[in-house]
Ligand binder design. Structure first.
Ligand SMILES: [Zn+2]
Length: 86
């Protein structure tokens, strides 16, 4: 495990290595402390996947609520299985 990246100016931990500036003091960070283009790309893939998943879960959530409302209107009530995601 490499030592956590630190800002050479204020010695604070660098939490977001995607940013070129220190979040604490605004100093320009050395490139060696930042994500390489390859790492950045991999990181973006991960963020993309997470965003897609979050969107999917939000949609699912909305669909489930709509489904519950539909079922309540039909009189099935709560506790009725909502399918593979319920
Ligand atoms: Zn700093």
């Amino acid at each position: 495990m490499p030592a956590p990246a630190r800002c050479p100016t204020c010695d604070q931990r660098i939490f977001n290595r995607r940013l070129a500036l220190c979040e604490f003091c605004g100093a320009l960070l050395p490139l060696s402390e930042l994500l390489s283009p390859e790492e950045l790309e991999a990181d973006e893939d991960r963020v993309d996947a997470e965003a897609r998943r979050a969107r999917f879960e939000r949609r699912l959530d909305r669909d489930e609520r709509a489904e519950v409302r539909r079922r309540r209107r039909r009189g099935f009530g709560w506790g009725f299985p909502l399918g593979p995601f319920g």
